[in-house]
Design a protein around this ligand. Structure first.
Ligand SMILES: Nc1ncnc2c1ncn2[C@@H]1O[C@H](COP(=O)(O)OP(=O)(O)O)[C@@H](O)[C@H]1O
Ligand SMILES: [Mg+2]
Length: 391
């Protein structure tokens, strides 16, 4: 005979009932017994039965009270309880179910009936446990994938930073090279005096400072915001555009920011994360403009127009470009991860992360449409006053 798989805890103050149940069930299950509610609670904690048969009428602590205590303890709360009782009133049955029982068997009972009820609830209970485990596994898997995406998007942002730094450094590095050359040439020819040398050194130090500031600026850019802050939305746009201005001008792309002249527009949330979204959108516009230009479809300069407005209780920022717009096939799943038309060059996570940041972290919305000769993204954010209240 195979070892029984499941353990049943039988709780009854009457010896004859315990004996009867033992005879009915001992071939099929591992059995454990308790003579009172208090003993049942203790043994449920240690034995961890798969199901409990619980008598209602018992001295001191009755079945209902016992059930309440079992349900209140996290280690025993999930174990299904079947009440066993001579009480046949339907009010009693209702009460039993209200206390969290899964079933009710009336005395005197038939062996077949008890076994079939136990079997049904064991099956249900295991199905539920199995499902819970599956759900947990799936949730963990999603969490892992999400972390991977965040990691990948950080790497992508880092790549952007490095190429922007390289661009920002090109000019000062060239100048430093020239200064070094001047120093050595004028020393060889004996032309430079001490004052010239000082001048060269101070120019060189100026350039080195500039380069070190660039690195700090970019390093700050990548730091996640620690907490929600009130910030000037226009300023956030300017900060991104100025950091990447060299890269943009080298692609002959102008960025125009339109914002009310007389008042500042504030929002509340994670400023650095918003700046990453802005960078994603600007980079996408830049890529679209460059591709269009390569195909010979754009002879004018590239143009990215940012419009920042207050509309009712929202900040609305739109980012439009003249990069030719988004194809229908991509448009439908634009914000899904790994959707890209850039082959090896693209990651397809920029817009996915942007939507997650705007909608899940900043309580905002992001949407997209095609306009005349390009794409337009619209970001909505909560409007805040400089003192911190959300309007
Ligand atoms: N401004 C835009 N103009 C044209 N196409 C765009 C624009 N922004 C996004 N797209 C399209 O959406 C796709 C997904 O963008 P994104 O999630 O940032 O990933 P990636 O830039 O790595 O491809 C791009 O590959 C491109 O086809
Ligand atoms: Mg992108």
């Amino acid at each position: 005979m195979t070892e029984p798989k499941w353990t049943v805890l039988i709780v009854d103050d009457e010896h004859t009932i315990r004996h009867l149940l033992r005879q009915m069930l001992q071939d099929k299950y591992k059995l454990s017994f308790a003579q009172s509610g208090a003993m049942a609670i203790e043994s449920a904690k240690h034995v961890k039965p798969d199901i409990i048969l619980l008598d209602i009428l018992m001295p001191e602590m009755d079945g209902y009270e016992t059930c309440d205590q079992l349900k209140a303890n996290p280690t025993t709360s999930d174990i299904p309880v079947i009440f066993i009782s001579a009480l046949t009133e339907s009010a009693e049955k209702v009460n039993a179910f209200k206390r969290g029982a899964v079933d009710y068997v009336c005395k005197p009972f038939q062996s077949d009936e008890v076994i079939s009820r136990i079997e049904t609830h064991l099956k249900l209970y295991n199905l539920q446990r199995h499902l819970e485990k599956r759900v947990e596994e799936e949730v963990n898997k999603c969490r892992l994938e999400e972390q991977l995406l965040i990691q990948q998007s950080k790497m992508a942002a880092m790549g952007e930073m490095i190429s922007a730094i390289a661009h920002q450094w090109k000019q000062p590095l060239n100048q430093l090279g020239l200064i070094m050359q001047w120093i050595s040439e004028s020393f060889a020819s004996g032309e430079a005096d001490e004052k010239d040398l000082e001048e060269f050194v101070s120019q060189g130090m100026g350039l080195i400072n500039l380069m070190s500031h660039t690195v700090d600026d970019f390093r700050n850019f990548l730091k996640p915001s620690k907490q929600k802050d009130i910030f000037d939305v226009t300023e956030a746009f300017y900060e991104v555009v100025s950091l990447f201005s060299n890269l943009l001008t080298s692609s002959a792309i102008h960025v125009q920011i339109n914002t009310p002249k007389t008042r500042r527009i504030y929002s509340i949330g994670y400023r650095n994360e918003l700046k990453q979204v802005i960078l994603n959108l600007i980079n996408n516009s830049r890529d679209a403009i460059n591709t269009r230009r390569k195909k010979g479809l754009l002879t004018d300069d590239g143009l990215i127009t940012v419009e920042i407005k207050e509309v009712n209780d929202k900040v609305v920022a739109s980012i439009s470009d003249n990069g030719g717009g988004i194809g229908n096939a991509v448009m439908e799943k634009l914000f899904e991860p790994y959707v890209t038309t850039k082959g090896e060059e693209g990651t397809g996570i920029g817009l996915y992360m942007s939507k997650a940041i705007i909608e899940r972290k900043m309580n905002g919305k992001i949407s997209v449409s095609n306009i005349d000769d390009g794409a337009q993204f619209v970001i909505e954010l909560p409007l805040a006053t400089p003192h911190g209240d959300i309007k």
